[in-house]
Write a protein that binds this ligand. Structure first.
Ligand code: NAD
Ligand code: DAU
Length: 352
């Protein structure tokens, strides 16, 4: 048995692949275009591991996806590949429409052709697992109930609109063609290997460099944070026991304002790497708000707990400590990402 993972060189995808191969010997084929967000160093510990193979390629390339499905005969396709950063979607939405919508459509069509030709047990067992986000549900008011799986879609950014479109395609391919799909909508992840354009890793690396810690607007926007390996374990649980065609929301029951997040990061750095110049909180700087900035996200994760027995293993206190410790222990990863050196291998390998 084998699984095909798209976007496995990115933040969550690489944590998922590493976690998968820690938990089982079932081989993984990773398909990733290695955009700026893809970093093969994330998977370096798998070099020479016969259970893992890596293919550089685009999910919009239907012929390539069909070839990989025919060659590797996976029993599941787990789809992480996406453009994922809201700020980039505001300044340049085109790539989000292409990868998130056209790419998902291409995968669905290739998976449908492959799955239709499977017989008996293999056909019944195949799953297309679509990894999506809580942002498709829109923004909550302070007193609103957390998003459950019946919440209407109200995406507000080009990113969330493109993910919402992909969710609808996945739903339609199940409803119309019977493709055995699973969809998960997860809250904000954090942890090792997180690209330092997103809030938590940006705050850690900027603080360590003595740079400003930019807080958008009033810092009171709320996100619901989940440690990345808990997302990976939730996907494993859904893949193993989720009902075909169903949606499962994944979250850590951990709502925090952005300002509280940054204060927590600063306090941990003050403890673990004190700066003679004073607390890292001195670097906090309020900047112009993100256009269309969603005020609050929160996930009601009772369905996945009730039906599949999944709960997060980490609390925010344990997860954020591990995260800060990881960044302190991996300055080379950070500096290669910041200098762009992490892309050299790609240029060297594929220049011909
Ligand atoms: P990321 O930006 O870190 O990684 C995305 C990966 O996809 C990269 O390795 C990139 O090279 C690859 N990719 C991009 N375009 C591609 C294409 N056309 N073909 C093949 N590969 C391509 O993203 P992430 O934060 O790891 O998110 C992974 C998935 O999880 C996304 O679908 C995202 O919407 C979803 N999600 C993310 C979060 C979060 O907090 N980061 C929360 C919920 C859901
Ligand atoms: O909710 C899930 C989503 O979480 C995922 O679908 C996205 O892929 C992922 O990027 C993330 O989106 P956010 O926009 O919530 O994450 P980001 O880290 O960009 O921002 C988190 C919050 O922090 C948000 O309210 C904006 C704010 N922020 C962010 C940055 C980068 C700042 O105040 N300053 C910053 O410099």
């Amino acid at each position: 048995m084998t699984i095909l993972v798209t976007g496995g060189a990115g933040f969550i995808g690489s944590n998922f692949v590493l976690d998968w191969l820690r938990a089982s010997d079932e081989p993984v084929v990773t398909l990733d275009a290695l955009t700026y967000a893809g970093n093969l160093e994330n998977l370096a510990s798998l070099d020479g591991d016969a259970r893992h193979s890596f293919v550089k390629g685009d999910i919009c390339d239907g012929a390539l996806v069909a070839k990989l499905l025919a060659e590797h005969r996976p029993r599941a396709l787990v789809h992480f590949a996406a453009e994922s950063h809201v700020d980039r979607s505001i300044s340049g939405p085109g790539a989000f429409m292409r990868t998130n919508i056209e790419g998902t459509y291409t995968l669905l069509e290739a998976a449908r052709a492959y799955w239709s030709e499977l017989d008996g047990a293999a056909k019944a067992a195949f799953r297309f697992h679509h990894v999506s986000t809580d942002e498709v549900y829109g923004s909550l008011g302070a007193d609103d109930a957390p998003f459950d799986e019946t919440k209407t879609y109200e995406p507000n950014s080009p990113y969330s609109a493109s993910k919402a479109a992909s969710d609808h395609l996945v739903r339609a391919w199940h409803h119309t063609y019977g493709l055995p799909v699973l969809t998960t909508n997860c809250s904000n992840n954090y942890g090792p290997l997180h690209f330092p354009e997103k809030l938590i890793p940006l705050m850690i690396v900027n603080a360590l460099a003595g740079k400003p810690l930019p807080i958008y607007g009033d810092g009171q926007n709320v996100r619901d944070w989940l440690y990345v390996t808990d997302h990976a374990s939730a996907i494993r649980a859904v893949l193993a026991g989720g009902q075909v065609g169903e949606v499962y929301n994944i979250g850590g029951w951990n709502e925090m304002t952005n300002l509280d997040i940054v204060h927590t990061v600063c306090a941990l750095l003050d403890e673990l790497r004190p700066d003679p110049a004073g607390s890292y909180k001195r670097l906090i700087t309020y900047v112009k708000d993100r256009p269309g900035h969603d005020r609050r996200y929160a996930i009601d994760a009772r369905k996945i707990e009730r039906e599949l027995g999944w709960r997060p293993a980490e609390t925010f206190a344990t997860g954020i400590r591990k995260t800060v410790q990881w960044y302190l222990a991996n300055p080379d990863w950070v500096s290669r990402v910041q200098s762009g050196a992490y892309r050299d291998w790609v240029a060297q390998q594929y220049s011909a």
